[in-house]
Design a protein around this ligand. Structure first.
Ligand code: RIB
Length: 304
Protein backbone atom coordinates (compact mmCIF):
# COMPACT_ATOMS: atom_id res chain seq x y z
CA UNK A 1 0.00 0.00 0.00
CA UNK A 2 1.16 3.52 -0.78
CA UNK A 3 0.57 5.87 2.14
CA UNK A 4 1.02 9.58 1.46
CA UNK A 5 1.54 11.58 4.65
CA UNK A 6 1.42 15.18 3.56
CA UNK A 7 -0.25 18.35 2.39
CA UNK A 8 -3.46 19.27 0.62
CA UNK A 9 -3.88 22.72 -0.95
CA UNK A 10 -6.22 24.55 -3.22
CA UNK A 11 -4.08 26.29 -5.86
CA UNK A 12 -5.03 29.78 -7.08
CA UNK A 13 -3.15 30.05 -10.38
CA UNK A 14 -2.58 33.23 -12.41
CA UNK A 15 -0.78 33.24 -15.76
CA UNK A 16 1.56 36.19 -16.25
CA UNK A 17 4.04 37.30 -18.89
CA UNK A 18 6.80 37.40 -16.26
CA UNK A 19 6.82 36.46 -12.57
CA UNK A 20 6.86 39.67 -10.46
CA UNK A 21 10.10 40.69 -8.75
CA UNK A 22 10.05 41.97 -5.16
CA UNK A 23 8.09 45.24 -5.04
CA UNK A 24 6.63 44.75 -8.52
CA UNK A 25 2.94 44.30 -9.45
CA UNK A 26 1.98 42.51 -12.67
CA UNK A 27 -1.47 42.01 -14.19
CA UNK A 28 -3.06 38.69 -15.17
CA UNK A 29 -6.29 38.27 -17.14
CA UNK A 30 -7.74 36.00 -14.42
CA UNK A 31 -7.04 33.01 -12.27
CA UNK A 32 -7.97 29.31 -11.99
CA UNK A 33 -8.84 27.43 -8.81
CA UNK A 34 -7.13 24.03 -9.12
CA UNK A 35 -6.39 21.07 -6.87
CA UNK A 36 -2.88 20.94 -5.44
CA UNK A 37 -0.63 20.43 -2.44
CA UNK A 38 2.46 18.30 -2.82
CA UNK A 39 1.01 15.42 -0.82
CA UNK A 40 -2.32 15.37 -2.66
CA UNK A 41 -0.59 15.75 -6.02
CA UNK A 42 1.69 12.80 -5.30
CA UNK A 43 -1.22 10.67 -4.12
CA UNK A 44 -3.22 11.44 -7.29
CA UNK A 45 -0.19 10.79 -9.54
CA UNK A 46 0.34 7.41 -7.86
CA UNK A 47 -3.35 6.44 -7.95
CA UNK A 48 -3.70 7.26 -11.67
CA UNK A 49 -1.06 4.68 -12.61
CA UNK A 50 -1.34 2.18 -9.75
CA UNK A 51 -3.46 -0.93 -9.32
CA UNK A 52 -2.71 -1.03 -5.57
CA UNK A 53 -4.29 0.95 -2.73
CA UNK A 54 -3.21 4.58 -2.30
CA UNK A 55 -4.26 6.25 0.97
CA UNK A 56 -3.60 9.69 2.39
CA UNK A 57 -3.17 10.93 5.95
CA UNK A 58 -3.62 14.71 5.95
CA UNK A 59 -5.79 17.58 7.18
CA UNK A 60 -8.18 20.04 5.57
CA UNK A 61 -10.39 22.79 6.94
CA UNK A 62 -14.16 22.59 7.46
CA UNK A 63 -14.68 24.76 4.39
CA UNK A 64 -15.65 24.52 0.73
CA UNK A 65 -12.02 24.12 -0.41
CA UNK A 66 -11.60 21.19 1.96
CA UNK A 67 -14.79 19.49 0.76
CA UNK A 68 -13.78 19.95 -2.88
CA UNK A 69 -10.25 18.63 -2.25
CA UNK A 70 -11.61 15.50 -0.55
CA UNK A 71 -14.06 14.88 -3.39
CA UNK A 72 -11.25 15.26 -5.92
CA UNK A 73 -9.03 12.75 -4.12
CA UNK A 74 -11.90 10.24 -3.99
CA UNK A 75 -12.62 10.71 -7.71
CA UNK A 76 -8.98 9.92 -8.39
CA UNK A 77 -9.08 6.70 -6.36
CA UNK A 78 -7.25 7.93 -3.25
CA UNK A 79 -8.57 6.58 0.09
CA UNK A 80 -9.54 9.59 2.22
CA UNK A 81 -10.97 8.11 5.42
CA UNK A 82 -7.88 9.17 7.40
CA UNK A 83 -7.95 12.80 6.28
CA UNK A 84 -9.17 14.89 9.21
CA UNK A 85 -11.16 18.13 9.02
CA UNK A 86 -10.29 20.79 11.63
CA UNK A 87 -10.72 24.44 12.54
CA UNK A 88 -7.83 25.79 10.45
CA UNK A 89 -8.64 26.70 6.84
CA UNK A 90 -7.66 24.35 4.03
CA UNK A 91 -4.14 25.05 2.76
CA UNK A 92 -3.97 27.45 -0.16
CA UNK A 93 -1.19 28.04 -2.69
CA UNK A 94 -0.83 31.29 -4.66
CA UNK A 95 0.88 30.44 -7.95
CA UNK A 96 2.05 32.58 -10.84
CA UNK A 97 3.03 30.84 -14.07
CA UNK A 98 5.05 32.71 -16.70
CA UNK A 99 5.09 32.40 -20.47
CA UNK A 100 7.82 29.72 -20.34
CA UNK A 101 5.79 27.54 -17.95
CA UNK A 102 7.98 28.38 -14.93
CA UNK A 103 6.24 29.17 -11.65
CA UNK A 104 6.59 30.91 -8.30
CA UNK A 105 4.53 29.59 -5.37
CA UNK A 106 3.54 30.92 -1.94
CA UNK A 107 1.81 28.37 0.30
CA UNK A 108 -0.49 29.43 3.16
CA UNK A 109 -0.26 26.21 5.15
CA UNK A 110 -3.51 26.41 7.16
CA UNK A 111 -4.68 22.93 8.16
CA UNK A 112 -1.46 21.32 6.90
CA UNK A 113 0.30 22.86 9.89
CA UNK A 114 -1.83 20.78 12.27
CA UNK A 115 -0.97 17.38 10.76
CA UNK A 116 0.22 15.17 13.59
CA UNK A 117 1.93 11.79 13.88
CA UNK A 118 -1.06 10.58 15.90
CA UNK A 119 -3.30 11.09 12.83
CA UNK A 120 -1.89 7.84 11.43
CA UNK A 121 -3.73 4.72 12.68
CA UNK A 122 -1.75 1.54 13.39
CA UNK A 123 -3.81 -0.31 10.77
CA UNK A 124 -1.97 1.58 7.99
CA UNK A 125 1.51 0.76 9.32
CA UNK A 126 3.09 -2.52 8.25
CA UNK A 127 5.78 -4.23 6.23
CA UNK A 128 3.88 -3.57 2.99
CA UNK A 129 3.59 0.18 3.64
CA UNK A 130 5.46 2.47 1.26
CA UNK A 131 5.32 5.85 2.98
CA UNK A 132 5.64 8.99 0.83
CA UNK A 133 6.41 12.35 2.48
CA UNK A 134 7.26 15.92 1.53
CA UNK A 135 8.09 19.09 3.49
CA UNK A 136 4.71 20.86 3.68
CA UNK A 137 3.56 19.39 7.03
CA UNK A 138 5.42 19.63 10.37
CA UNK A 139 8.79 17.90 10.26
CA UNK A 140 8.41 16.23 13.67
CA UNK A 141 5.16 14.59 12.51
CA UNK A 142 6.77 13.25 9.32
CA UNK A 143 9.85 12.03 11.20
CA UNK A 144 7.83 10.17 13.81
CA UNK A 145 5.70 8.60 11.08
CA UNK A 146 8.73 7.55 9.05
CA UNK A 147 10.32 5.94 12.10
CA UNK A 148 7.10 4.03 12.84
CA UNK A 149 6.87 2.70 9.31
CA UNK A 150 10.57 1.73 9.25
CA UNK A 151 10.22 -0.03 12.63
CA UNK A 152 7.35 -2.08 11.17
CA UNK A 153 9.53 -3.15 8.22
CA UNK A 154 7.98 -0.73 5.70
CA UNK A 155 9.80 1.57 3.28
CA UNK A 156 9.97 5.37 2.99
CA UNK A 157 10.27 7.90 0.19
CA UNK A 158 11.02 11.47 1.24
CA UNK A 159 10.67 14.33 -1.24
CA UNK A 160 12.71 17.26 0.12
CA UNK A 161 10.26 19.81 -1.32
CA UNK A 162 10.05 22.61 -0.58
CA UNK A 163 13.66 22.77 0.66
CA UNK A 164 13.08 24.44 4.02
CA UNK A 165 15.86 25.50 6.33
CA UNK A 166 16.78 22.51 8.53
CA UNK A 167 19.65 22.04 10.93
CA UNK A 168 22.33 19.51 9.96
CA UNK A 169 21.02 17.23 12.71
CA UNK A 170 17.46 17.40 11.40
CA UNK A 171 18.62 16.52 7.89
CA UNK A 172 20.61 13.60 9.30
CA UNK A 173 17.45 12.41 11.07
CA UNK A 174 15.50 12.67 7.81
CA UNK A 175 18.10 10.69 5.87
CA UNK A 176 18.29 8.00 8.56
CA UNK A 177 14.52 7.50 8.28
CA UNK A 178 14.54 7.48 4.45
CA UNK A 179 15.09 4.80 1.81
CA UNK A 180 14.66 6.98 -1.30
CA UNK A 181 15.38 10.72 -1.04
CA UNK A 182 14.00 12.75 -3.97
CA UNK A 183 15.23 16.25 -4.83
CA UNK A 184 15.40 18.78 -7.64
CA UNK A 185 18.59 20.75 -8.25
CA UNK A 186 17.88 23.49 -5.70
CA UNK A 187 16.83 20.94 -3.07
CA UNK A 188 19.88 18.76 -3.76
CA UNK A 189 22.28 21.69 -3.32
CA UNK A 190 20.48 22.84 -0.18
CA UNK A 191 20.59 19.36 1.38
CA UNK A 192 24.21 18.72 0.38
CA UNK A 193 25.13 22.11 1.87
CA UNK A 194 23.44 21.15 5.15
CA UNK A 195 25.62 18.03 5.21
CA UNK A 196 28.59 20.40 5.12
CA UNK A 197 29.84 19.33 1.70
CA UNK A 198 31.17 21.55 -1.09
CA UNK A 199 29.06 19.92 -3.84
CA UNK A 200 28.32 22.67 -6.36
CA UNK A 201 26.29 20.89 -9.03
CA UNK A 202 23.39 18.46 -9.16
CA UNK A 203 25.50 15.38 -9.94
CA UNK A 204 27.93 15.97 -7.10
CA UNK A 205 25.17 16.86 -4.65
CA UNK A 206 23.06 13.79 -5.47
CA UNK A 207 26.07 11.49 -5.24
CA UNK A 208 27.14 12.99 -1.93
CA UNK A 209 23.65 12.68 -0.46
CA UNK A 210 23.46 9.02 -1.51
CA UNK A 211 26.91 7.97 -0.33
CA UNK A 212 27.18 10.06 2.85
CA UNK A 213 23.48 9.85 3.70
CA UNK A 214 23.32 6.11 2.92
CA UNK A 215 20.09 6.54 0.91
CA UNK A 216 19.11 6.12 -2.71
CA UNK A 217 19.12 9.73 -3.93
CA UNK A 218 16.92 10.45 -6.94
CA UNK A 219 17.32 13.89 -8.53
CA UNK A 220 15.06 15.45 -11.15
CA UNK A 221 16.78 17.65 -13.71
CA UNK A 222 13.99 19.12 -15.86
CA UNK A 223 14.66 18.70 -19.57
CA UNK A 224 17.74 16.58 -18.75
CA UNK A 225 15.55 13.89 -17.16
CA UNK A 226 16.43 12.33 -13.82
CA UNK A 227 19.38 10.62 -12.17
CA UNK A 228 19.63 8.24 -9.25
CA UNK A 229 22.63 7.44 -7.10
CA UNK A 230 22.65 4.44 -4.82
CA UNK A 231 24.57 4.40 -1.52
CA UNK A 232 27.47 2.51 -3.17
CA UNK A 233 27.79 5.30 -5.78
CA UNK A 234 26.10 3.40 -8.64
CA UNK A 235 24.49 5.91 -11.04
CA UNK A 236 21.39 5.59 -13.26
CA UNK A 237 19.90 8.10 -15.71
CA UNK A 238 16.53 8.38 -17.45
CA UNK A 239 15.78 10.98 -20.14
CA UNK A 240 12.81 13.34 -20.18
CA UNK A 241 10.48 13.58 -23.19
CA UNK A 242 11.23 16.30 -25.72
CA UNK A 243 8.32 18.67 -24.96
CA UNK A 244 7.43 22.33 -24.88
CA UNK A 245 6.18 22.88 -21.30
CA UNK A 246 2.93 24.75 -20.69
CA UNK A 247 3.09 24.62 -16.88
CA UNK A 248 5.74 22.83 -14.82
CA UNK A 249 3.66 23.02 -11.59
CA UNK A 250 3.27 19.50 -10.21
CA UNK A 251 5.86 17.91 -12.52
CA UNK A 252 8.03 16.97 -9.53
CA UNK A 253 4.99 15.61 -7.68
CA UNK A 254 4.02 13.52 -10.71
CA UNK A 255 7.56 12.13 -10.76
CA UNK A 256 7.39 11.21 -7.06
CA UNK A 257 3.94 9.62 -7.31
CA UNK A 258 4.80 7.47 -10.31
CA UNK A 259 8.16 6.45 -8.87
CA UNK A 260 6.37 5.39 -5.67
CA UNK A 261 3.74 3.44 -7.62
CA UNK A 262 6.43 1.57 -9.55
CA UNK A 263 8.52 0.81 -6.47
CA UNK A 264 5.41 -0.40 -4.61
CA UNK A 265 4.59 -2.66 -7.57
CA UNK A 266 8.05 -4.23 -7.41
CA UNK A 267 9.68 -2.54 -10.43
CA UNK A 268 13.45 -2.09 -10.50
CA UNK A 269 14.74 1.40 -9.72
CA UNK A 270 15.80 1.93 -13.36
CA UNK A 271 12.30 1.16 -14.67
CA UNK A 272 10.69 3.32 -11.98
CA UNK A 273 13.03 6.17 -12.95
CA UNK A 274 12.22 5.76 -16.66
CA UNK A 275 8.45 5.87 -16.17
CA UNK A 276 8.56 8.68 -13.60
CA UNK A 277 10.58 10.82 -16.04
CA UNK A 278 8.06 10.22 -18.82
CA UNK A 279 5.18 11.01 -16.48
CA UNK A 280 6.77 14.24 -15.25
CA UNK A 281 7.22 15.38 -18.86
CA UNK A 282 3.56 14.65 -19.68
CA UNK A 283 2.45 16.55 -16.58
CA UNK A 284 3.97 19.76 -18.00
CA UNK A 285 1.63 19.76 -21.01
CA UNK A 286 -1.46 21.07 -19.19
CA UNK A 287 -2.12 23.99 -16.81
CA UNK A 288 -2.35 22.96 -13.16
CA UNK A 289 -0.60 20.47 -10.95
CA UNK A 290 -2.91 17.50 -11.56
CA UNK A 291 -4.53 18.01 -14.99
CA UNK A 292 -1.58 16.61 -16.95
CA UNK A 293 -0.83 13.63 -14.70
CA UNK A 294 -1.00 10.57 -16.96
CA UNK A 295 -3.11 7.46 -16.68
CA UNK A 296 -1.33 4.11 -16.90
CA UNK A 297 -2.16 3.85 -20.63
CA UNK A 298 -0.86 7.37 -21.35
CA UNK A 299 2.29 6.63 -19.37
CA UNK A 300 3.03 3.47 -21.30
CA UNK A 301 2.39 5.19 -24.65
CA UNK A 302 4.54 8.16 -23.57
CA UNK A 303 1.89 10.64 -24.66
CA UNK A 304 -1.29 12.29 -23.32
O1 RIB B 1 4.42 21.06 -6.24
C1 RIB B 1 3.35 21.85 -6.62
C2 RIB B 1 2.50 22.19 -5.45
O2 RIB B 1 3.23 22.98 -4.55
C3 RIB B 1 1.27 23.00 -5.77
O3 RIB B 1 0.16 22.20 -6.11
C4 RIB B 1 1.06 23.84 -4.53
O4 RIB B 1 -0.09 23.51 -3.81
C5 RIB B 1 2.32 23.64 -3.69
O5 RIB B 1 2.11 22.82 -2.63
Amino acid sequence: MILVFGSINMDLVASVAAIPRPGETVLSRGYCTLFGGKGANQAVAAARVSEGRVAMVARVGRDSFGEACLANLKENGVATEHILAGDDPTGCAFITVDAAGENAITVASGANGAVSASDLPDALVGADTLLVMQMEVPLDASLATARRVKAAGGRTIWNFAPAIDLSAGELADVLTATDIFIVNEHEALTAAGLLGTSASDLEAAARTLAVEGRVTCVATAGAAGAIAYQPDGTRHHAPALDIRPVDTTGAGDTFVGILAAEIAAGSALTEALRLASIGASLACLKVGAQAGMPTRAELEQGRA
